[in-house]
Every structure is written in C-alpha cells, then in structure tokens.
Design a binder for this molecule. Structure first.
Ligand code: UTP
Length: 283
C-alpha cells in the first residue's frame, strides 16, 4: 500500500437502485457481482491502491449486506480451514480487511448525492478526501482514484474524474467547462444534466472525485435541485467560485453498472479476460 496524503474516502451507497429492481429490493446495487466479485470490492481495492486508509460508507437500512461483506465471517473461515481450503479463506479475508478502517453512517432518506456526502462531514478530518461511486466500475492501471491523486498532488486542489460523453449521454451527467492550463484542465463551470445543445463541452463527471472539505459548506447552502435532491454538482459549482478545481480525463475502461447495459458489458469484459470463460463469450 502506498503512503499518500489522501487518507479518507467516502463511498455513498444509499441510493434506491431503482433501475435494478426487483433485485435491489433487498440486495444493494453495489453488491451485484461482476461474475464472483461484487462491485463494491472493486471500488474498495481501487481506493486502497491510491493509499486510502479509511473508507466511510454512507448507507441506508437496506444495505446491511455491505457491512457484513467487509466484516470477518468467523464461522465460514473456520469451516473452510477445517476443510483444508485455506486458499479460499484468503479470498474471503483479504489482508486489507485488517488494515483499513471502515465506518458506516446512515443517510436517513435518499435526498441526493450531495446530501449523502454531507453525512460524512463529522468524520472527515483532512483537507481533502476521495469519493467513489461503486456502481461506476473503472478497470484501469493505475486505478482511477490513483490517476486523480497524481493531479491532486500536482495542484493541491480538488480534482473531478471526467470522460468524453457522446451527444446522447451528456444529458445524464454533470458536464464541465474548462481551460487547459499547463496540460491540466482547470474547471470554470459545471452544469447538471444539460440538454445536448446547452452542454458546455462533452466532458462529463462520473463517480470519482477528490474534493476539498470546504465542499461541506457548499452542500449545506445548496437548495434541493433536480428531482428535489441535493445535487453534488450544484455544490461543486459553488466550490469553483472560491477555489481551484481541476478535471482529469481518466485512462481506462468505464462501465456504468447503475444501468443494465453497463452491468452486462462489465461482466462480458471481465469474462473475456478469464481463459476458462473466453470460449463462452466467443460463441
Ligand atoms: P444514482 O443516481 O445511480 O441513484 O446514484 P441510485 O438510487 O443509486 O440508482 P437509480 O437511479 O435509482 O437506479 C449515484 C450514487 O449516489 C448514491 C448511490 O448509492 C450511487 O452510488 N446515492 C444517491 C446516495 O448514496 N444517496 C442518494 O440519496 C442518492
């Protein structure tokens, strides 16, 4: 694990997951497996690769499975050891379970991403913290948060992960306007879900952020916006007025696993990198 000056990351997992009903009635969207590994584990491993030491889950009452997943299962481990299956114990109990601090806080109602992040205010002690939305699966080397961290270390400022959106995608995302300064995109505005004709660029924000803790003040002042939710995008727009915010177009493959199309693509992508599944994909 590398030492970094970014130690805390917030994982909001309190959304309704309505696009994945009925399964999300009792299973958190973030526990959906990409073959055998849940989305949330990919996200936790990405955070650890970036040097994160404390992960703060913002959960709801239907998300207990996430808490259980990152706790030790004594009975299962004991039974596997007795059956001589120590290699499986390593899979269900990776070393980071003992090294990373996990905290769980509740978002009482799904009032939007901004509101979810605000619930972590009292736990964030450093000037900057990471945010990962686990339903955005990014497969890349180095991991996406680590790519953002490089820009953060250069600029000592907030950094938004962005990707080049197609014309019909822009109306589903926060879209930035920016200027390239010394090879880094400096953000000067952000609009939530613009019509393609009104979009300031095709650079769309997705589920990776490094934000200054001043964002909490902006969220507190943000009125409910689109869908009556407190939007993180609106608070970032206010943050930009007071301090530098940069953006990074990450390198790697991104799967929006909050949508069925993205989720299926992620499974196919992972299966095609595993020898024994390749032939099924190629059929
Ligand atoms: P989404 O916009 O994907 O919403 O949230 P959702 O509820 O998870 O899914 P759908 O749209 O109903 O299918 C983006 C991220 O923000 C979190 C979600 O858990 C997801 O990681 N979120 C959203 C919260 O934690 N709380 C909220 O109130 C809203």
């Amino acid at each position: 694990m590398s030492k970094s000056n970014l130690k805390q990351a917030v994982f909001p997992v309190a959304g309704l997951g309505s696009r994945f009903l009925p399964v999300t009635k009792s299973i958190p969207k973030e526990m959906l497996p990409i073959i055998d590994k849940p989305l949330i584990q990919f996200a936790v491993e990405e955070a650890i690769e970036a040097g994160i030491e404390e992960i703060i889950f913002v959960t709801s009452h239907t998300k207990k499975a996430i808490e259980d997943y990152f706790s030790m299962n004594y009975e299962l481990e004991h039974r596997l050891k007795d059956a001589g299956k120590s290699e499986v114990v390593e899979i269900i109990h990776p070393k980071y379970l003992d090294e990373i601090k996990f905290s769980f806080i509740r978002q009482s109602e799904p009032n939007g991403l901004g509101h979810a992040i605000l619930q972590a205010k009292h736990i964030i002690t450093d000037d900057f913290f990471g945010i990962i939305l686990a339903d955005d699966l990014i497969l890349s080397e180095p991991g996406c948060l680590k790519q953002l961290l490089e820009i953060h270390e250069k600029t000592q400022s907030s950094v938004l992960g962005v990707f080049s959106a197609s014309e019909n995608q822009v109306s589903n995302y926060g879209v930035i306007s920016s200027k390239n300064i010394d090879g880094v995109e400096k953000v000067d505005g952000i609009v939530e879900k613009p019509k393609p004709a009104d979009a300031p660029s095709n650079l769309a924000v997705f589920g990776r952020y490094i934000l200054s803790k001043n964002i909490f003040l902006n969220i507190e002042q943000t009125k409910p916006g689109l869908n009556n939710e407190i939007q993180l995008t609106d608070a970032i727009q206010d943050l930009i007025l007071n301090e530098d915010v940069f953006a990074l177009e990450f390198e790697g493959r991104r799967f929006d696993c909050g949508s069925k199309e993205g989720y299926i693509s992620a499974i196919i992508d992972r299966a095609s990198s595993i020898d024994k599944f390749k032939s099924i994909i190629e059929k």
